[in-house]
Design a protein around this ligand. Structure first.
Ligand code: F6R
Length: 359
């Protein structure tokens, strides 16, 4: 396929590639967040915050990032440590004073299910967030608090359903404050953003389409700064992988200044085909702004393109969700520009099928 042939402004033509309607799912994101706020209010027996010494979120891929989102938003105010476990290994500190959220959209992810069994064995309180599968069954059998979310989406398109109940539960027990209010206000901003980044907005007025067009033929490398912007950078990377089916990498300031800054010194042919996207905030820490300035000055001749994307919004929740919305649309438009249907993740399914054969 000649990439230049795909006109991102041809709404009907684009729909013939986006056969499962990923663009529609992105457009419904604000509605999904509103619904998820309601789901988060469902009756659930949650532990007393006074008894808790740690919070852990279990989850992989599009589900696991829900823990990163909540952790990055809550980090500055949370009085207990919070971590996200993406794998088979449950940390040694998990005990009866730990609140564990098991997040799996399908409810059938083996790493998450394995950690759930171990966490229950250690007496932790386990809260399930899922659309069904084995996780919903375990919640029923063991009488666990369950936030059941609607099914039928790709897990990565269900981010609102997956992170909001975790945030909501933490706020209900008084471990975090004010984030749900910020989230409610963010929905109005998201209503505007999904229009601005949506398929009906022509390329000249649509920053997501423009960036997608500039990414054709390049490998996206996304940099954020520690906290929510690093989580946004991870989301962009994963969405480029799963929607656009391209390799993509991410890193964050200040850590990357201690290693990756040097790593652009060789393999010029690869560097020149990388498009560096730097996620930023208008009021970023002055030392971070200075780091970005120096870093880009050092590596500017080693990469093909550099784009700065400034988060918009008046709260940390709005800024993170604005970046998620921008990145999600960019990854889908890149898929479409490459003639790829953004929805199927055939290799993930094939991988899980082959792994299950040998269990
Ligand atoms: C697919 C996706 C994947 C899944 C992951 C875990 O859209 O985003 O990264 O999220 O394979 O599966 P679930 O989310 O069902 O636990």
């Amino acid at each position: 396929m000649d990439y230049a042939e795909v006109n991102l402004d041809d709404v009907e033509g684009v729909a013939t590639i986006d056969t499962a309607g990923m663009l529609g799912a992105l457009e419904r994101f604000p509605q999904q967040v509103r619904e998820a706020i309601e789901i988060g209010r469902a009756p659930a027996e949650l532990p007393d915050a006074a008894d808790l010494r740690a919070v852990v979120v279990l989850g992989m891929g599009g589900s696991g990032i829900s823990g990163d989102v909540v952790g990055s938003l809550a980090a500055d105010s949370l009085g207990v440590p919070m971590s996200t476990v993406k794998g088979y290994r449950l940390p040694g500190f998990v005990d009866e004073n730990t609140l564990v959220f098991a997040v799996s959209y399908s409810g059938n992810t083996e790493e998450t299910l394995g950690c759930v069994e171990e966490a229950l064995g250690r007496g932790a309180t386990v809260v399930a967030v899922t659309s069904g599968g084995r996780l919903a069954e375990i919640a029923g059998e063991r009488d666990l608090p369950l936030f059941q979310v609607p099914g039928g989406l790709q897990p990565r398109a269900a981010l609102g359903y997956l992170f909001v109940p975790v945030l909501s539960a933490l706020e209900r027990i008084g471990l975090v404050h004010g984030l749900l209010e910020e989230l409610g206000a963010a929905c109005e901003m998201l209503d505007e953003r999904v229009q601005e980044y949506g398929v009906v907005t022509p390329l000249d007025d649509n920053p997501a389409k423009r960036l997608a067009r500039d990414l054709v033929g390049f490998l996206p490398v996304i940099y954020g700064s520690e906290g929510p912007l690093a989580v946004a950078a991870l989301r962009w990377k994963a969405q480029f992988n799963e929607n656009s089916k391209v390799p993509a990498f991410y890193n964050w300031f200040p850590e990357l200044n201690h290693n990756e800054t040097v790593g652009w010194n060789h393999l010029e042919d690869i560097g020149s085909r990388c498009h560096l996207i730097v996620l930023r905030e208008q009021d970023e820490r002055p030392r971070v702004a200075r780091r970005i300035e120096i870093t880009l000055d050092l590596i500017k001749d080693d990469v093909g393109h550099i784009t700065h994307v400034f988060a918009r919004g008046s709260s940390r929740v709005e800024r993170l969700l604005d970046l998620v919305c921008f990145g999600d649309h960019t990854s889908v438009f890149l898929a479409l520009a490459l003639g790829q249907d953004p929805t199927p993740v055939t290799r993930i399914e094939e991988f899980k099928r082959r792994l299950a054969e040998q269990s």
